[in-house]
Design a protein around this ligand. Structure first.
Ligand SMILES: O=C(O)c1cc(=O)[nH]c(=O)n1[C@@H]1O[C@H](COP(=O)(O)O)[C@@H](O)[C@H]1O
Length: 278
């Protein structure tokens, strides 16, 4: 069975270094002329899948925007994940889960077991109950060729108060997360299956990402103010592992599928130039 890291490496080689988020904000539904209900949610998600499912390496549905409609919203999330996978995109389900280990095992079963209705290629996870508490996710991901992206340095301004705090050994909390994920990816080729989330908005924080050997998801581009040109400052010599991620910047171009594709092509060209420039 092929690992998530290998599948991601191939997808990025074939389709380019880009993740597009599906974040059906109420304001976006209105902008697209859709109702703020499950019908609007379904139409929005289908339109995004139709426009970009066959051309973007990774698509990241944000679960909260589906959960807000209850069981029928989650049903649409399940169907969106299936449609995306059928279109050949890798699905990174943005759920940012974290809990004590025995409960994390249940989250792992929900998202990383191929038998689950919400099965996705990878999930986002929060390490603030300790990176070790996420072990059941790492284990199930490894068993089934899935991936886990762990928050390290988030794109929001509030994150630094926690993530830049120093642990007893002098490292920042973020660096301890980075180092533990690096261990998990040691020796993996062509790329490890365990990723980190590092916001494109954070500037040069002096964290050492050189040993990660896994994907670095970079949200915060576009609507949150960062540009592709900022990736060099944030990631330095680790640029080749960066997976830039945009949601509203692309989604604002809808509902026209041609306009969504054009927005996707534009940000991909910017990211390609930023990631490959020497
Ligand atoms: O894990 C994430 O994807 C994430 C981490 C982070 O540090 N910052 C961040 O914005 N995100 C998510 O990335 C998306 C950003 O959306 P836009 O600001 O519209 O591009 C949202 O779904 C956020 O939940």
């Amino acid at each position: 069975m092929e690992s998530f890291g290998a599948r991601l490496h191939r997808a990025v080689t074939e389709r380019g270094p880009l993740c597009v988020g599906i974040d059906p904000h109420p304001g976006l539904l209105a902008r697209w002329g859709l109702t703020d209900d499950v019908r609007g949610l379904d139409r929005f998600s289908r339109t995004v899948v139709e426009a970009i499912g066959d051309r973007v390496a990774v698509v990241k549905p944000q679960s909260a925007f589906f959960e807000r409609f209850g069981a029928r919203g989650v049903e649409i999330l399940e169907s969106t994940i299936r449609q995306l996978r059928d279109a050949g995109a890798l699905v990174l389900l943005d759920v940012k889960r974290g809990d004590i280990g025995s409960t994390v095992a249940a989250y792992a079963a929900a998202y990383l077991d191929p038998a689950s209705p919400l099965y996705a290629d990878a999930v986002t996870a929060s390490p603030y109950l300790g990176v070790g508490s996420l072990a059941p996710m790492f284990d199930l991901a490894a068993t089934h060729g899935g991936g886990v992206f762990v928050l390290a340095l988030t794109s929001n301004p509030e994150g630094a108060a926690v993530q830049h705090a120093r642990a007893a050994d002098g490292r920042t909390v973020a660096q301890t997360v980075i180092d533990e994920i690096s261990q998990l990816n040691r020796g993996a080729e062509p790329l490890g299956s365990f990723g980190l989330v590092v916001g494109a908005t954070i500037g040069d924080t002096g964290h050492d990402l050189s040993g990660v050997n896994g994907p670095l998801l970079a949200p915060g581009l576009g609507a949150q103010g960062a540009t592709a040109a900022d990736l060099r400052t944030v990631f330095g010599t680790s640029l080749s592992s960066v997976l830039p991620s945009y949601s509203r910047e692309v989604l604002n171009a809808g509902p026209d599928t041609g306009a969504l594709r054009a927005a996707t092509d534009r940000v991909l060209a910017e990211c390609r130039a930023a990631v490959t420039a020497s």
